[in-house]
Design a binder for this molecule. Structure first.
Ligand code: ZN
Length: 660
């Protein structure tokens, strides 16, 4: 049975549209949470009519789900397990694989038996904020009865699996079941009726909470000033990135929680639902300033390690997990989440927002929250079935790295930005040409990277400051820069105007200084080194007649790179030069007469210039932007970790420009 076959079974189209309706509401489920099912019938591979359960597959998202996100299993096989005494997770996973009616690649949900054992044709399971709030306060059973009426049953927290499935199936006479510290299960024989019941029960919970909500005094916290926020983000990212780079995501809406006087109590309430823990981790932190980051992270890591030491015998095959906290509350700034890349960090921030909203609702309605016990926290954090959902394996070369590229709208800069994106980098794109930058940003994202376009005049101090500030604000820090923006200024010394001379020095020398000067303290504050790559030119080593303003400025750039290497070494900051020659493809350097001017200087026709340059090189081949981009990516990556103060020529071999 293919996904298309499953899609054509009675009831499945209604299941898909109901699932999407649930997934569209983040107060019901977030990012892969919750699951839905329907019971139907169809022909198996021997054309026998069989009863089937169609259920959401593990790791798919209800918001965007289609029929490929579901798995079909033989219902009678599943029901045959009901009278067992025990059914361990591992055995259950194998059993599900052998009970498949379809050939889909994804595993059925961990909660498959819970759906199978309930007799109704349609079943919804959500982690609704309001339901979690009822189940996380004191006396949850009494609260659930009071809020939802006597027909809704309550089951105290137990990790999903066979036991929970059997417990819930014994309550199939109820209107719905609230699972403590977890969520809600509703059912009906008709898809629309099932959805309506989910909505109705959640709405009742919301009304109850609203009626009980204490008056929360308005917060008096003020916004964290920009420089203090930057210092905090750099300290946090640096501290979290020691054991592998982390990218941060700032959610300003998190101030609603972070600014509360009882923010610590919100965090102490723990995850709203067991489902959130995998993302938010057990012990988020609070930090008011850069100085608090280190001790807060340390304390969180200690608690995580302690938890593992106490209970590790329960999962002897799973070693100590990454203990770094994934979420920080920063008063005056919001929620800050840390992930392997920007996408993961954003998801964690969204999940944290839900968990904190529930904790705040619990505190406002009941005055106190009852968190999951340490043992349950351990069982969730070290649950092999959940850990299997996490990505594994080595990342791409610049995964989690944050790099500024100037002159990124065209030519070499564009090629560099796209190449860095294709190996996972987060790239801040700087250029004067905002329209072209947006286009490059799209290409970087398509290549698998993350892009932040910033219109920048690299000769203006305030623009460089804003560029670096925006980068740190977006991703939490910065690992390197490719100082690439340049402009061609031609003319013999005796006929060169002072304004032309100054313009070349501003763009081709001073702009590199401004960027390096802004980045050096940021690298030091992060404490995880940095890498600067200066895109120079063959002219820095072998100047061309009539090209003085350019050649002198490019020589200054090379000397600047060496100064940065000298002064940055103690902070682990590397500085290298990539020196190309005669790169044409898409470069705007050759516009505005340069091509004609250089062609005349060499005594060839303008259209022969590229050929002329190739012919004068040792390898007799043209140099492309991607060749320069490869060298730059190498200089930014850890593969060049022992290289600083170095010049890499990418010029197909020009003996006169051998660096010395
Ligand atoms: Zn669940």
């Amino acid at each position: 049975m293919t996904a298309a076959d499953v899609g054509s079974l009675p009831g499945v189209a209604a299941l898909v549209s109901r699932s999407r309706a649930i997934g569209a509401d983040p107060t019901l489920v977030v990012h892969g949470g919750g699951n839905t099912s329907c019971k139907t019938a169809g022909l198996d591979h021997l054309r026998r009519e069989r009863r089937l359960l169609v259920i959401k597959a593990s790791g798919t998202d209800l918001r965007t789900i289609d029929v490929n996100g579901f798995a079909a299993l033989f219902l009678d096989d599943l029901l045959a397990t009901r009278d067992r005494d025990v059914f361990e997770d591992d055995d259950m996973t194998v059993f599900f694989a052998q009970s498949r009616a379809d050939i889909g690649p994804r595993r059925p949900s961990i909660e498959t038996l819970l759906h199978a054992f309930l007799p109704a044709a349609h079943v919804d399971h959500v982690h609704a904020d309001a339901i979690c709030a009822l189940g996380n306060g004191p006396e949850p059973e009494r609260t659930v009865r009071e809020a939802l009426g006597p027909d809704v049953a309550y089951v105290p927290y137990v990790r999903p699996g066979f036991v929970l499935a059997r417990t819930v199936s014994a309550l199939s006479g109820a209107e719905a079941v609230v699972l403590g510290h977890h969520g809600l299960v509703t059912w009906a024989d008709d898809s629309d009726a099932c959805y309506a019941r989910t909505r109705a029960v959640v709405a009742r919970a919301e009304r109850y909470l609203a009626a009980r909500r204490a008056v929360v005094p308005p917060t008096t916290a003020t916004a964290l000033p920009g420089d203090a926020a930057e210092a905090l983000l750099l300290a946090l990212r640096g501290r979290l990135s020691r054991a592998g780079r982390r990218v941060l995501a700032v959610d300003p809406a998190g101030r609603a929680i972070a600014d509360r006087a009882d923010a610590a109590a919100v965090l102490a309430a723990g995850p709203a639902t067991a489902d959130h823990l995998l993302r938010t981790r057990a012990f988020p932190i609070i930090a008011r300033g850069a100085g608090e980051v280190g001790p807060a992270v340390e304390a969180s890591e200690q608690r995580s390690t302690e938890l593992w030491r106490r209970f590790r015998d329960r999962e002897p095959n799973v070693g100590l997990r990454d203990t770094r906290p994934a979420v920080a509350l920063v008063p005056g700034l919001g929620t800050v989440a840390a992930g392997r890349d920007a996408r993961e960090a954003t998801v964690i921030a969204e999940v944290a927002a839900r968990t904190h909203a529930v904790a705040a609702a619990v505190l406002d309605a009941f005055g106190a929250a009852i968190p999951l016990g340490d043992r349950d926290l351990f069982d969730l954090e070290y649950w092999p079935l959940e850990l299997a959902k996490l990505p594994t394996g080595a990342g791409r070369d610049l995964e989690g790295r944050i790099v500024v590229v100037t002159g990124a709208a065209s030519g070499i800069g564009r090629d560099i930005a796209v190449a860095l994106g294709s190996v996972g980098a987060h790239v801040a794109l700087a250029d004067l040409d905002a329209a072209r930058l947006d286009d490059v940003a799209g290409t970087v994202e398509t290549a698998g990277g993350h892009a932040l376009p910033c219109r920048t005049d690299v000769t203006r101090e305030q623009d460089i400051d804003a560029l670096v500030a925006a980068t740190i604000r977006r991703w939490g820090g910065v690992d390197g820069a490719v100082s690439n923006a340049g402009v061609a200024v031609t003319g013999r010394i005796e006929s060169l105007g002072l304004d032309e001379w100054s313009r070349s020095l501003d763009v081709n020398a001073t702009s590199h200084f401004l960027l390096a000067r802004r980045l050096m303290p940021a690298f030091r504050a992060q404490g995880i080194g940095g890498s600067l790559v200066f895109v120079a030119s063959k002219n820095a080593f072998s100047p061309g007649e009539g090209f003085g303003a350019y050649s002198v400025a490019k020589a200054a750039e090379v000397q600047l790179a060496r100064m940065v290497a000298l002064e940055g070494g103690r902070d682990g900051v590397r500085s290298n030069v990539v020196s190309p020659d005669a790169v044409f493809g898409g470069s705007r350097l050759w516009d505005m007469g340069l091509r004609e001017e250089r062609a005349a200087a060499h005594g060839v026709a303008p259209e022969q210039l590229q050929e002329f340059y190739a012919a004068r090189s040792l390898l007799k081949i043209p140099v492309r932007g991607v060749d320069v981009a490869d060298a730059v990516a190498f200089c930014l990556s850890d593969r060049s970790s022992r290289m600083t103060g170095c010049v890499l020529t990418v010029d197909a071999g020009v003996p006169a420009a051998f660096p010395r």
